[in-house]
Write a protein that binds this ligand. Sequence first.
Ligand code: PXL
Length: 270
Amino acid sequence: MKRHTALTIAGSDSSGGAGIQADLKTMLANGVYGMSVITAVTAQNTLGVAGILEIPAAFVEKQIDAVFTDIFPDAVKIGMVTSAEVIERIAERLSFYHAKNIVIDPVMASGSGTGFADAEVLRAWKEELFPLATLVTPNIPECETLLESKIETEGDRELAAEAIGRQFGCAVLVKGGHGGSGADDLLWTGKERVWFPGKRIDNPNTHGTGCTLSSAIASCLAKGCSVERAVGQAKAYVSGAIGAMLDLGLGSGPMDHGYQIKEQVVYRLT
Ligand code: PXL
């Protein structure tokens, strides 16, 4: 049977809740075969990032070549990339292979605040990778960095989504949920705005939500959904994963990526 496939190009999170690990779990849970190209290895847990080891650009390229020359991905999600050189290499390879359904989550800081993006990295995101995107999924602080302006009201968010979309010729999902902005997300499809009302769930364990959302969207695109439908389905998946109330670790813990398969999985010795 034909199985749809998706690739994540992102960093590894040793605590398993964000990055590559979240992406692969999400792809499995959303019915696609997941593959990974690792851009960096982080030593981190639910309390913070203790270290980052970048993978050299030439080896990121080798991983991309290995994937594309064998199992062509139906969608690609890009997350944490911490150097302009690696961003440029990824962009060159994805153009070369005519990769499709590219979802970019421009990770510029970890959930716990560690910054990953200097001016040169920001330039590379904007000039090299965004023009290839089907969809970019910035949160509000990332939109502010991208546009160099403050976003305070709903109107500001609408203008920001459209401005980014028109600048790069892609759809844009501006994610709420930061700084008391509410959990509503706004999609600019390239033609119109669609608000996705978010369910605020009273659970402090939200490590990796951005990674999970963008890879759930990529999974739905891989299966042939429109961007709008993919965002709706991905948001429902993330709400379910947060709402399952997993509680691990000393800080902001991961969500339950496997919440839908609980019935089939044996968690205890019987
Ligand atoms: O959620 C952003 C993110 C992405 N990728 C990796 C991360 C984090 C946040 O901690 O560690 C590898």
